[in-house]
Design a protein around this ligand. Structure first.
Ligand code: GLN
Length: 541
């Protein structure tokens, strides 16, 4: 039988609940427990797929094709798991199911209400994850902040779960901000106290509180939190600012949080073993090398839009003892001021991330051209892959007006075109080509040297593809498609053999990158940036 941990947040959102949930999971996993994690998003969208990354951060894609909240990415990275669509629960999903059941007549005769029908559906979904994952511990993070109207049914559901599962099988963790005043340097616990009161008003008494603060909280603040939170002082922990998020499980464990939860839930007394995790964290601090990458994108103003990519760079950097400094460059800048392309020479690598629509596309194409002509290591992901094909078609194949039909529907040379099965699709939600698909890698290619396998599975999220009608012409001019779908029709990776490192993929390697297991394409890119910087030639590598 699984035990359930619930994580709520107070004072304000973006307080780091996702990292704390992941860290709690890691602390317990490292003590031998089988752990899984669920993110509750109280918004009415059915999933994150239709949300603008500029407002909500990146859309995280699971193996089974879920377009989920980016916190699932943190859970997967910290816990080294492959989660499913069902690990993300939204208001939209819950209501959709209940309304469909009502229309089918499942509740015939009864008035369908938030309590019990909506709350039953929420609890059912949480228990379903427990059952299917066979986990000992199920962590459920409630998105948003205590006091939000839309979060209420979820908090009510978790309140009921204590009654049904028992005190020894449930644990409430409340995370709230403790601000430090600029002038007096005082640690203020009042907002946290209010958020605990709000939680209690709903009927949830936290078992442990994590104060999120810039510095370690002092004894005074700890006493107040314990007193007003009605918990013992040894149940108060602090998540203070650290250089890397991967240190958070270590600092919480050092304060005794892992042991506290272990004994509170009556888990086996296994000791924590941090070996590999600690090695990885150590590799992040003061590495001997440094490379600078230009990420030329459309959502450059919000780093959360590219969080998995950023983390994939960090994982790759740790393995090459290299600090990866990523500059987010707005692609449109090169359209307005082409002379600024020359600033790209200050970087060891050029990276073009995922993207949608025409804004900034020409700027990205120019950045790819710069990378190819100057032989600067290049990695393109999804849209970056497609635009590398457009750039090659225009400047090497001589098809001056080649384009993707996503950018110019009337282009005479649509080298990138809508996938046949996408024609006629009107609904935007969950209709892209999504999730893990098998890819065949050709031997004697750069791709094969990265993956060392002829079959790989990688995650996707796209509607367009390399137009099969143009494939032969592109290949004739030297573009190598080294990875393909099983039927051979869909191009998955490209490379240019006469370059130091020029590689792109239709899929997203970043979603499978883990701290001590960097994704092959990101690793190879960072390594190439470093090797080139150190003046190594290909024969030495
Ligand atoms: N816009 C492109 C497509 O839909 C690329 C998508 C992406 O970069 N994820 O195919």
């Amino acid at each position: 039988m699984a035990k359930y941990l619930f994580i709520t947040g107070g004072v304000l959102s973006s307080v780091g609940k996702g990292i704390i949930t992941s860290s709690v999971g890691r602390m317990l996993q490292t003590r031998g427990a089988k752990v899984t994690a669920i993110k509750i998003d109280p918004y009415v969208n059915v999933d994150a797929g239709t949300m603008n990354p500029y407002m909500h951060g990146e859309v995280y894609v699971t193996d089974d094709g879920g377009e989920t909240d980016l916190d699932l990415g943190w859970y997967e990275r910290f816990l080294d798991l492959n989660l499913k669509i069902s690990n993300n629960i939204t208001t939209g999903m819950v209501y959709k199911t209940v309304i469909e059941k009502e229309r089918q007549g499942d509740y015939l005769g009864r008035c369908v209400q938030i309590v019990p029908h909506i709350t039953d559906e929420i609890k059912g979904r949480i228990r379903d994850v427990a059952l299917r994952s066979q986990a000992d511990l199920v962590l459920t993070e409630c998105g948003g902040t205590v006091g939000d109207i839309e979060g209420l049914p979820f908090l009510e559901a978790i309140r009921q779960m204590r009654l049904e599962e028992g005190f020894e099988n449930t644990l409430y963790i409340h995370v709230a901000l403790v601000p430090i005043l600029d002038v007096t340097k005082e640690m203020k616990t009042k907002p946290l106290q209010h958020s605990v009161n709000e939680l209690r008003r709903i009927g949830v008494q936290p078992d442990t509180i994590v104060a999120r603060s810039t510095r370690m909280i002092n004894i005074d603040a700890r006493r107040k939190i314990a007193l007003f939170g009605t918990i013992p002082e040894n149940a108060v922990f602090c998540s203070y600012n650290v250089q890397s998020v991967y240190e958070v499980p270590l600092i919480l464990d050092r304060q005794g949080m892992g042991d506290f939860i272990q004994s509170r839930l009556g888990l086996s007394k296994e000791k924590a073993s941090w070996g590999k995790w600690k090695e990885f964290v150590d590799a992040l601090s003061n590495p001997p090398h440094k490379v600078r990458i230009a990420l030329v994108g459309k959502y450059a103003g919000l780093a959360d839009s590219y969080v998995s990519m950023n983390e994939a760079f960090t994982h790759a950097g740790a393995k090459c003892q290299t600090k990866v400094l990523v500059d987010y460059v707005e692609a449109e800048r090169f359209e307005k001021r082409p002379d600024e392309l020359a600033t790209l020479k200050d970087y060891e690598g050029i990276f073009i991330p995922y993207g949608f629509g025409p804004r900034g596309a020409e700027g990205k194409i120019e950045a790819i051209r710069f990378a190819r002509e100057s032989d600067t290591p290049f990695l393109g992901i999804c849209y970056g892959f497609q635009l590398a094909v457009v750039e090659f078609a225009r400047h090497i194949c001589g098809l001056d007006d080649a384009n993707s039909t996503e950018i110019d529907p009337t282009t005479p040379d649509p080298v990138i075109d809508l996938m046949p099965e996408q024609h006629g699709i009107k609904m935007k939600g969950a209709t892209m080509r999504l999730g893990a698909h098998k890819i065949l890698v050709s031997k004697d290619t750069l791709a094969y040297s990265l993956y060392q396998k002829e079959e790989i599975y990688e995650r996707h999220r796209h509607r367009y593809e390399v137009n099969p009608k143009h494939k032969a012409e592109l290949e004739k001019h030297g573009l190598v498609f080294s990875g393909r779908s099983v039927d051979g029709k869909r191009m998955e990776t490209l490379e240019l053999n006469d370059k130091f490192f020029f590689f792109a993929s239709q899929f997203h390697g970043e979603f499978k990158s883990r701290p001590a297991k960097p994704d092959p394409e990101y690793y190879a890119f960072i390594k190439a940036c470093l090797d080139k910087k150190l003046g190594k030639n290909q024969a030495e590598i």
